[in-house]
Ligand binder design. Sequence first.
Ligand SMILES: NC(=O)c1ccc[n+]([C@@H]2O[C@H](COP(=O)([O-])OP(=O)(O)OC[C@H]3O[C@@H](n4cnc5c(N)ncnc54)[C@H](OP(=O)(O)O)[C@@H]3O)[C@@H](O)[C@H]2O)c1
Length: 271
Amino acid sequence: MLYFGVIGHPIGHSASPIMHNTVFRTLNIDAIYLPFDVKPENLKDAVYGARALGFKGLNVTIPHKEEITKYVKPVGLAERIGAVNTVDVPKLEGYNTDAIGALRTLEAYNVDYEGKVVLIVGAGGVARAIAFALAGKSTLIITNRTASRGLKLAEDVRKYGECIFYPYERVEELKGKFDILINCTPLGMKGFEEKLPVPESLIENVVVFDTVYNPIETPLIKLAKKRGCKVIYGLDMLVYQGAEAFKIWFGFDPPILVMRDAVVEFLRQHL
Ligand SMILES: NC(=O)c1ccc[n+]([C@@H]2O[C@H](COP(=O)([O-])OP(=O)(O)OC[C@H]3O[C@@H](n4cnc5c(N)ncnc54)[C@H](OP(=O)(O)O)[C@@H]3O)[C@@H](O)[C@H]2O)c1
């Protein structure tokens, strides 16, 4: 039996256990994936404990994604980003599959992001992962409620490609100046503000990618569809980041649709 888990604090509503356990069942893999509530002061013990217990893989979520880089070696994009969400436990190596998952999502929707102007709203963990994933491929504009945080992200990303910060209060001025909009704020998420992350006037003739996945149809997605924009669901990014984690642990691609159906069912039950 192979052991996997996701560590976070709190961990109650993670979709990862159902997503991975469904694939294990479908592929007849003798493995189990469990959620673990790990307080920040116990992170080191949890990582080394998992290794001592023979775990094969861990996912890592809020608030441990950055702190865990002290205990596992970040590889690939995780090193640039400074955050890890997937661990190869025996090797103590850390990956950032949010970043790879976002790129795979764009590709799955046949969205050509190379050479395009991408407006990223937000400068937190997800914005950071996506910005580093797109750096050097797209021209990036970052906007964020807290300017200092947005400026810092733009400065970090600029080492790898074109990236500027644009003030959140003046974002309406960017109308017609970008091709893809990516919402990396929690605006529109269940239990959060219903507000759109950008003024309505910007939702026109652009691809709209909302990383929020609960609800699946966010207010931003609904408006974008009404305006005839191509839309990309946060649900798909969630599935692709999980699929990338599976590939790191097993060396082959899992059945995407099986994972997606499991997450849709999970979200239906938790809406
Ligand atoms: N699809 C997926 O696989 C996936 C995975 C993880 C997360 N997500 C989604 O991504 C969202 C962000 O996650 P995260 O980990 O990046 O969070 P985070 O690190 O807390 O960052 C949140 C960002 O949203 C901004 N923000 C928060 N409240 C706002 C408001 N009322 N108005 C304007 N901006 C606001 C913050 O701005 P300040 O800097 O001003 O605070 C910050 O830039 C989550 O809520 C979740 O829905 C999706």
